[in-house]
Design a protein around this ligand. Structure first.
Ligand code: G6P
Length: 610
């Protein structure tokens, strides 16, 4: 959510910042801006729209100077327009700020500033902070002190970067609730909200901690808490390669990421799965193994697609380990004073590792004494660092806003977790071996589905102009139906609902007419006959039936308008295979409708505000 890139060094800052912003655009993309500090002062250019729109509006190379900052915005306060775009300045125009997060008490501060005669141009909370820092600077005459003093009065969240013509050879960065990393180059320093923006300059990074500030100068950097206590920073290496965040010949990141799944899924179990022993080795959980063995209950908390993965996790864990599981939206969990016992295990699932609600949920769980485990994709992210133990997804950077490969990797890790827990309890090595073998076969099975992507595309083209879609599945495939519907609505803006197939008769059946496509996920499992009855109910009302079915199902084509065939697998692994055609269906429909699939309207990849 909102991308930030700051630079201080020997090179021209503006082109470097703009290329970094492009790599961060998936975080927010409704407006973009850059501020460069030079001998002639602070020059700010900002524009509603994408970074490319900013480049059309201003010749970036004319913004000369070796210190600067840029921002891509995902609007919270104020519509996306040129004025509300960042950077914002103080009243004198000599202090510039970019901000990610929400200043919750901005109205109180704004009132004080208005009473003191200050004025505002934008509707944003961020401008209030810039003006506030400017006011403090007038008396303190010290930028670092002014920022620190302002931040001590601020309630809410921020990842922010401040520059000033008063002290032009310095960048101040600070974080609370919104990630920031420092890139340590050779005689140059970067600060960014995401490693993707710095990797083309340096692999050496420092992850700022909560409530930490960094002061970057031309000859070095220091870190301290916002309360001014020096901190020791650990330089770490970025764990992915530059090519992983490039499109690699695909039209969209989303398509690339869909096609990466044979590899990313394999990376999720490589070195972990022990097929002969029917078990799995999860090094990141060794420190909490005793707690897991004694756990009476597991609570899974997450948002969005990760929450859907959690629902599959519930079925998996209850099935393989016989431990009761509850799945909670993190946004609900955090505020409802949940009952948590010290022998509860809370699992937070998150692609980004930065989702504000999920982070708050794990803090609540920790406060109440639970052991908290992270299943996170982004290495070094806040959730990964704040959990007691964890299992990384190893899906590599996911850039497309609609999550695809991270979802299947979440299912890969959740299956292994359930297996690990099951083998600690009553699951036999024989039963474990069956699951492990099933998992090991998945990459090749995903590949065989991807090989038939053209078939899925031709079905998609038939339905690109409909207004509604219904997705139905039962058991393990109910969450897959939810996820299929979410994918479609996220990127095509078609209204889509996912439902447990049997619940259709309690409401959604009223929607069915000859215009409504209904996607069924119907592998030949023990409830296959039941779902066939649901299909008949749709047919009886002239609905269009698209079925994801086993490749050896010889009956299904007689009751469906379209059949998308997937290889046979264990029922518990079926949602993994089902999600591949669902992703492709959504993708091809969205492309046909002319939608920007990688950056759908109003969404952001990493939601670091409540
Ligand atoms: C946003 C993204 C979704 C994602 C959700 C949770 O809404 O657009 O794709 O599923 O956040 O994100 P997380 O990073 O915690 O998995």
């Amino acid at each position: 959510m909102c991308g930030i890139v700051g630079y201080i060094g020997t090179q021209q800052a503006a082109p470097l910042i703009v290329s970094g912003l492009k790599r961060l655009e998936y975080r927010g993309y409704d407006s973009a801006g850059v501020c460069i500090i030079s001998d002639s002062g602070a020059r700010i250019e900002k524009k509603a729209g994408r970074v490319a729109d900013l480049e059309k509006y201003v010749d970036i190379s004319s913004m000369t100077g070796t210190v600067g900052v840029g921002h891509t915005r995902w609007a919270t306060h104020g519509v996306p327009n040129d004025v509300n775009a960042h950077p914002h300045t103080d009243q004198s125009g000599s202090i510039a700020l970019v901000h990610n997060g929400i200043i919750e008490n901005y109205l109180t501060i704004k009132k004080k500033l208005l009473n003191a005669g200050y004025t505002f141009r934008s509707e944003t909370d961020s401008e209030v902070l810039a003006v506030f820092i400017g006011m403090l600077y007038e008396t303190l005459q010290d930028m670092e002190l002014a920022v620190r003093t302002a931040l001590s009065e601020v309630e809410g969240t921020f990842g922010l970067v401040v520059l000033s013509t008063h002290e032009p050879d310095m960048i101040i960065a600070a974080r609370r609730g919104s990630p920031l990393i420092l890139g340590i180059g050779n005689g140059e320093y970067l600060v960014a909200s995401d490693a993707a923006a710095v990797i083309s300059h340096t692999r050496q990074v420092v992850y700022l901690n909560e409530n930490e500030m960094a002061i970057l100068r031309r000859d070095g950097f220091s870190t301290k808490t916002i309360e001014n206590v020096d901190t020791r920073s650990v330089v770490e290496e970025i764990s992915f390669e530059l090519e992983q965040i490039e499109k690699g010949g695909f039209e969209h990141f989303m398509l690339k990421e869909i096609f990466e799944q044979p590899t990313t899924f394999h990376d999720g179990f490589r070195g972990r799965l022990q097929i002969d022993a029917g078990t799995v080795k999860l090094g990141g959980l060794a420190s909490v193994a005793d707690k897991l063995r004694a756990a009476k209950r597991i609570i899974i908390t997450a948002c969005g697609t990760s929450w859907h993965a959690g629902l599959v996790g519930e079925y998996l864990i209850e099935h393989l380990a016989r431990v009761p599981v509850e799945v909670e939206y993190a946004s609900e969990f955090r505020y409802r004073n949940p009952i948590i016992h010290s022998d509860d295990i809370v699992i937070a699932i998150s692609q980004s590792g930065e989702t504000a609600d999920t982070l708050a949920a794990i803090r609540e769980a920790k406060l109440k004494g639970a052991t908290v485990i992270g299943m996170v994709n982004v290495v070094g992210s806040t959730i990964a660092r704040e959990t007691d133990a964890g299992v990384y997804l190893h899906a590599g950077p996911e850039i497309g806003v609609a999550s695809t490969k991270a979802f299947t990797s979440q299912l890969c890790v959740l299956t292994q977790f359930a297996l690990y827990l099951g083998r600690m309890r009553s699951l036999s090595s024989e039963q474990g071996r069956e699951v492990a073998l099933g998992l090991a076969n998945i990459p090749a099975q995903i590949r065989s589905i991807l090989d038939r992507s053209e078939e899925i595309r031709s079905i998609a083209l038939e339905y690109a102009n409909v207004s509604n879609f219904l997705y139905l599945g039962r058991g393990y495939n109910f969450p897959a139906a939810l996820e299929g519907a979410l994918k479609l609505k996220e990127i095509s803006y078609i209204h889509a609902e996912g439902y447990p197939a049997a619940e259709m008769k309690h409401g959604p059946i009223a929607l069915i007419d000859a215009e409504l496509p209904v996607v069924f996920i119907a592998p030949k499992d023990e409830i296959y006959d039941k779902i066939l009855s649901n299909i008949e109910e749709v047919r009886a009302r002239s609905g269009k039936v698209i079925v994801i079915a086993d490749e050896d199902d010889t009956h299904i084509h007689t009751v469906a308008n379209h059949v998308i065939r997937v290889p046979r697998t264990l029922p518990m692994l079926a949602p993994i295979l089902a999600s591949i055609p669902l992703q492709l269906l959504a993708y091809y429909i969205a492309v046909e409708r002319g939608c920007n699939v990688d950056m759908p309207r109003n969404l952001a990849k990493s939601v670091t505000v409540e």
